[in-house]
Design a protein around this ligand. Structure first.
Ligand SMILES: [Mg+2]
Length: 255
């Protein structure tokens, strides 16, 4: 059991009821950030908690992440802690519900020449990490800060002036190429159009700039967008404690 560092004086957001649809970012929201994405630690109680809430909401819970699906499945050193949950990966470019992964609409994929140029960049900078996703490319320069400018210039060079299919998204110690149409707000709106999400009140929780789209989309449908820093005291443990309280409340309703 992981200790909950909940600050009792911090008012957490009101708990969603049984008519909610829950959209949760993973890194920095459910899990503490790690130096490298594969090093994140999953608290033992979290997977069961999420599955319990998902069941109480008739499956209306989705993880919404910038990670690609293999990276999501690789969390927890092969224990696949999020199996059985819906996942919107690559900022919503891919949705996996009940075991099927389907791209959202027809999104463009990076050209082979771009992938090659990115790999060449990785070969030039041993400490940089090149992440090839299906719909994007990320150049991580946390361990190679001297290559940051080159990384940004390279990603931007893939996007010709006035061609709006991809955008360059700067992140902390990384720069990412991804389709303009892949964002966490669009995927929330898309999921809310179908079962089991349609007709529910969306609640989106995230910690980063890319999550603001999801929060805004939830609010646009009469729901709520919560930010880990602003609404949960900056602590993923507070998010998990809040989810545990929500699970308890939902179970009591059923009982
Ligand atoms: Mg995050």
């Amino acid at each position: 059991m992981t200790a909950m560092h909940t600050n009792p004086t911090l008012p957490l957001p009101p708990l969603p009821g049984p008519d909610a649809a829950l959209f949760l970012d993973i890194d920095g929201t459910l899990l503490d950030l790690a130096r490298r994405p594969e090093l994140v630690v999953v608290p033992a109680e979290l997977p069961g908690l999420l599955r319990q809430i998902s069941a109480s909401l008739d499956g209306a819970l989705a993880l919404v992440t910038g990670r690609d699906l293999p990276s999501v499945d690789g969390i927890g050193q092969g224990s696949r802690p999020f199996d059985g949950l819906s996942v919107a990966a690559e900022h919503g470019a891919l949705i996996r519900q009940v075991g099927d992964a389907a791209p959202v609409g027809s999104l463009p994929e990076p050209l082979p020449a771009w992938r090659q140029a990115a790999d060449d960049f990785g070969a030039r900078h041993e400490k940089a990490v090149v992440e090839q996703k299906r719909f994007g490319i990320v150049l991580h320069v946390r361990e190679a800060p001297e290559a940051a400018d080159e990384a940004r210039a390279l990603i931007e060079s893939f996007i010709p002036e006035g061609q709006g299919h991809f955008r360059a998204v700067p992140a902390h110690a990384a720069v990412e190429l991804r389709p303009v149409m892949a964002d966490k707000g669009r995927v929330l709106l898309r999921l809310m159009e179908g079962a089991p999400f349609a007709g529910r009140q969306p609640v989106f929780i995230g910690d980063d700039v890319t999550d603001e789209d999801g929060m805004a989309a939830a609010r646009s449908l009469g729901g709520f967008g919560y930010h880990v820093g602003r609404d949960f005291g900056g602590e993923t443990a507070n998010v998990r404690a809040w989810l545990a309280e929500m699970a308890k409340r939902l179970t009591q309703r059923v009982a």
